[in-house]
Structure formats: structure tokens, C-alpha cells
Design a protein around this ligand. Structure first.
Ligand SMILES: [Zn+2]
Length: 314
């Protein structure tokens, strides 16, 4: 069955490999794995931990966009929520805007990222920056007034707002400011694994009532603290717990595979049977095993995400 993976840090890998002189990185390293895992739709993220500069961000964005364009016969870059058969459907995103520093024009950057093709973005990773506060920042600090203005501008330009990695204060600031739906591309539920990257019931409900989605993440520490349970079945149990709170129509998948990234990321970060994109179908089998019907598995696998992204970008 086809899958929409709502979060993969492909931009970072492309930029790293291009810096060492490689080209055609998508075709060489990624497209074969997506094919094997039946990933038909993917959100390719440009990830920034906050230590970068605006130039670093522009390099990653232009590198990823070039790679996508280079493979236009195999990839459809969706800029307007359209999707096609027989090609890999891609949306481009930014994870964290901590590269914006004093003196950079954050609102002008929203136009710039849009022009590169970005249609989904988060204001912060775990860091605390000029716009927002991630889970490692001051828990009493949320969005800055500039951060709120950036959310408003993203709404105007129909760039989807991602709240994975924000602290709770930033989450509720976004929930207040954002017009329409927002989503968590890669976060599980705290009910099953009580870590800050996962969502409380109240957060799950806020996302669902906005019309947004929650993407199941296959990073082992967000699945379970028990090494024997860091697997697809336990992630499917997160799906059951989330569906019990908000319903199956608000679920999707954002694996966040890191097999291609260097330390401290890398394959050891992932669930046992969810190491890389080739193993993606294991989650769909696990969803069926824990009791989701075929129609429900289809919704979680790609139908909810296709519907949501089409609605948001049109
Ligand atoms: Zn992330």
C-alpha cells in the first residue's frame, strides 16, 4: 500500500553530500529506498537546529530544489496540492527557522522560502530562537511577536504550519494565532511515552479541532523507553491511543528516518523494524495487527495526508 511520509530530513543529507562534491543524491541514495518501501508521497524537510546562518539555509533550500528538479521525470513537486500517479509526489518544508538572526528580515524570508517551493514549515526545532521556543527552551516563553507575524504571513501564503518540536507555550500561541489548520508532522502521544516531543490529549484535541493531522514518528525514544518495545507494533499502539482521542481521520505518518544522517542521528535512532524507508510497510502491517480495518490503514498510510495537503495548498 502507498504511504505519505510527512517528515524526512532529506534536505540536510542533500546539502551535506553536495558540500563534499556529490550530485544526483536523491537518485543515488533515496529514490530506490522510497520505491522499495512504497513511499508514494513525501515531505522532504530542510532541517536546522538553530546554529546555522541564513546563507546555510539558502544553500540547503537551493540544493534540495535542484535535486528535485534534476529528477523531474520521476518526481512531482507539489506546489498547489496536486498529486500524480506513477511519480514520487514531494512537498518541500523547513524544520526550524533558528538560522534567522537579529538583522535578518523574517517576513521577507517567508516569501523567499515560498519561492523555493516550501509549502510547510515550523518556526523552531528544539531550540529557542527569534520566533519561537522549542522543547529545550524556556518553558515560560512561547512565540515572539515576530513569530506571530510569521505565522500570519504563512497563513496568507498557504504554507502549512508544523508544531512538532515546539514547547507547550509556543504550541498554544500558534493555536491562538493560526487561522485554519495546523499539524504535528512527527509526534506521538504522551499517554504511551511521556516525553516532551510527544503530545498531550489537550494538544491532540487542539490539532484535531483545527482540522489538522498528527504524524506517527518511528524514532525509538518517542515510541517507548523499553528497548524491546521500540518497534512498529508499539507505534501502532500510539496510533490506537491517538485515534481513541481524536479519531482516525486525524492520523498520518511522519517516520523521520535518519538512517542516512551522521551522529548523533543515524540508524541507531530508529525503531527496531523501522530502520529506514524500505521497512515502511511494517508499520501498516502493525496497524492491521492492532485492529485497524483496511480502510482505516489506508487513511493513516496516505489518504488523510493527501486530503489535508490538497485542501491546504489549493
Ligand atoms: Zn524533527
Amino acid at each position: 500500500m502507498k504511504i505519505f511520509d510527512m517528515h524526512a530530513d532529506i534536505g540536510m543529507d542533500v546539502a551535506d553530500k553536495r558540500k563534499s562534491g556529490e550530485k544526483d543524491i536523491l537518485a543515488k541514495y533515496h529514490l530506490p529506498k522510497f520505491e522499495e518501501g512504497e513511499i508514494g508521497f513525501i515531505n522532504m524537510a530542510c532541517f536546522f537546529d538553530g546554529k546555522e546562518t541564513l546563507d546555510d539555509a539558502l544553500f540547503m533550500l537551493s540544493s534540495l530544489r535542484e535535486e528535485i528538479d534534476l529528477n523531474h521525470e520521476r518526481i512531482h513537486l507539489s506546489l498547489d496540492g496536486s498529486f500524480v500517479e506513477n511519480k514520487l509526489n514531494v512537498i518541500m518544508s523547513i524544520e526550524g527557522m533558528g538560522f534567522l538572526k537579529e538583522g535578518d528580515d523574517a517576513l521577507a524570508f517567508v516569501d523567499t522560502m515560498y519561492d523555493y517551493g516550501v509549502r510547510l514549515a515550523s518556526l523552531c526545532w528544539n531550540d529557542q530562537n527569534m520566533l519561537a521556543t522549542g522543547i529545550s527552551g524556556d518553558p515560560r516563553r512561547g512565540l515572539s511577536s515576530l513569530g506571530k507575524a510569521v505565522i500570519q504571513k504563512m497563513n496568507e501564503k498557504k504554507i502549512i504550519v508544523d508544531i512538532s518540536h515546539t514547547n507547550e507555550k509556543s504550541f498554544y500561541d500558534i493555536s491562538d494565532v493560526c487561522v485554519g489548520a495546523f499539524m504535528a508532522t512527527h509526534s506521538n502521544t504522551r499517554e504511551k511515552q511521556n516525553v516532551e516531543r510527544n503530545l498531550t490529549h489537550q494538544q491532540l484535541k487542539a490539532i484535531a479541532s483545527s482540522g489538522g493531522l498528527i504524524g506517527l514518528v518511528a524514532v525509538k525514544k518517542f515510541i517507548s523507553s523499553n528497548p524491546n518495545r521500540q518497534n512498529a507494533i508499539e507505534l501502532a499502539q500510539h496510533a490506537k491511543a491517538i485515534a481513541a482521542v481524536v479519531g482516525v481521520d486525524h492520523l498520518c505518518i511522519g517516520f523521520d528516518y535518519m538512517d542516512f544522517l551522521k551522529e548523533p542521528f543515524g540508524p541507531q535512532s530508529m525503531g527496531i523494524d523501522l530502520q529506514n524507508a524500505t521497512m515502511s510497510q511494517n508499520l501498516l502491517m502493525a496497524l492491521a495487527t492492532v485492529g485497524f480495518t483496511k480502510e482505516e490503514v489506508e487513511k493513516i498510510a496516505y489518504k488523510n495526508a493527501v486530503r489535508f495537503v490538497s485542501e491546504q495548498l489549493q
